[in-house]
Design a protein around this ligand. Structure first.
Ligand SMILES: *Cc1c(COP(=O)(O)O)cnc(C)c1O
Length: 390
């Protein structure tokens, strides 16, 4: 179910400011800087760049239109967009952490974000990634100097859920900032800020962009925190989303509700067709979960994203290769959230030890269900399984 208000935000609220025409699409303001009428005007703008147009590395009218829409969708006070999801993640962590702080990451995290956390060790930030079965187990790892609890729910690779309210209640008591990467569900299917999480991050390169033609990211939360991230991480790292890419993301927002509605239905059709297949040992997707994971999905998701993973029911890794090479409609490629279905195996021929350490089966294959006709996508998976399991 998609909130009616969200559909209106995506389809109606983003308007052009043109005084001369009435275009349906907002203007792309392609400029590096902005002209001032007086000494006084410039002084006022430059002391508060986050709220004035001075230079496009800071803010730009097209980008601000996107930020305002995303802030409303995520129920936050303020949003800042970045040149990529990683731009948003790195700027957020660098802005809020300092030497001596402890950063706690729970469950499987987007690979580059986990690597960045380790890299912060060079600057005296102690990061730790933990795997938990129950949300409450996170708290055993909290230290006196824990500054941020960072998580994804559903998480990358395993699509496991955490209890957002439980984490944010605990964190508030201990003055810890909570950050969630909610890219999987898009801003339409989960509202983490409503459960008390401080900051929500999305990669706009996935569902929001939606057409495999733009890279971007965003962070949304209180004005106080987002202003801090603007002042340090955004301005110093310079990961600015170009006005043109902001415009592409706005174009993506227009159809986000209908695309997410489709994703929610298509994934259920496909998983219904796969869930009793004996050649699949496990399906990683909230629609297939039971028990506590199912309860968390019902509590925190209002729809399903269409990225999932299967573990093949075999120890023979040649079957992984045959399966991938036999796909016809589904392409081999990174990223997801566009129009085309994609598949990727985690096994790369030389990384068994690393997978084992991360408790990921070498037969784990990630599949993104795109906008093609769902039964055809299911048939493609079935025929590739037939080839692998002759
Ligand atoms: C893709 C992705 C990112 C990184 O976003 P980019 O826009 O590629 O930098 C972060 N988190 C998740 C969950 C992602 O899927």
């Amino acid at each position: 179910m998609i909130d009616q208000k969200d559909i209106n935000i995506c389809t109606q609220t983003i308007k052009s400011d043109s005084q001369y025409y009435c275009p349906f699409s907002p203007d792309i303001v392609m400029t590096t800087s902005f002209k001032f009428n007086s000494f006084e005007d410039f002084c006022q703008a430059s002391i508060d760049e986050k709220n004035h147009y001075v230079y496009t590395r800071g803010s730009n009218p097209t980008t601000v239109k996107l930020e305002n829409a995303l802030a409303q969708l995520d129920h936050g006070e303020k949003c800042k967009v970045f040149a990529s999801g990683m731009g948003a993640i790195s700027a957020t962590l660098l802005s809020l952490l300092k030497k001596g702080d402890h950063l706690l990451m729970a469950n499987t995290i987007y690979g580059e974000a986990a690597s960045f956390a380790q890299f912060l060790g060079r600057f005296g930030v102690d990061s730790e990634r933990i795997d938990v079965d129950n949300t409450a187990d996170i708290f055993k790892h909290v230290r006196n100097n824990t500054k941020i609890i960072y998580f994804e729910s559903p998480s990358s690779e395993k699509f496991e859920l955490l209890d957002l309210k439980m984490i944010s209640d605990f964190a508030k008591k201990h003055h810890i900032i909570t950050v969630i990467d909610a890219t999987w569900a898009s801003p339409l299917f989960t509202k983490p800020l409503d459960s008390g999480v401080d900051l929500v991050i999305h990669s706009l390169s996935k569902y929001v962009g939606g057409h495999s033609d733009t890279v971007g990211g965003c962070v949304t939360g209180s004005e106080e925190l987002v202003n801090q991230i603007f002042e340090y991480g955004h301005q110093f790292l310079g990961s600015t989303m170009s006005p043109f890419n902001s415009w592409l993301a706005i174009r993506g927002l227009r159809t986000l509700p209908v695309r997410m509605q489709h994703a929610n239905q298509a994934i259920q059709t496909i998983l219904d067709g796969l869930k009793d297949d004996p050649r699949i040992a496990y399906i990683h997707h909230p629609y297939c979960y039971s028990g506590e994971q199912k309860q968390l999905a019902d509590k925190y998701l209002t729809g399903y994203g269409s990225l999932f993973a299967i573990d093949l029911n075999t120890k023979d890794l040649d079957k992984v290769k045959i399966f991938i090479d036999s796909l016809k409609l589904i392409s081999i490629g990174v990223s997801w959230g566009g129009y085309e279905s994609l598949a990727l195996a985690v096994y790369k021929g030389n990384n068994l030890a690393a997978l084992n350490k991360r408790k990921i089966k070498p037969t784990h294959i990630r599949i993104y269900v795109g906008l093609e006709e769902p039964q055809s996508i299911l048939n493609d998976i079935k025929q590739a399984l037939d080839k692998a399991f002759v």
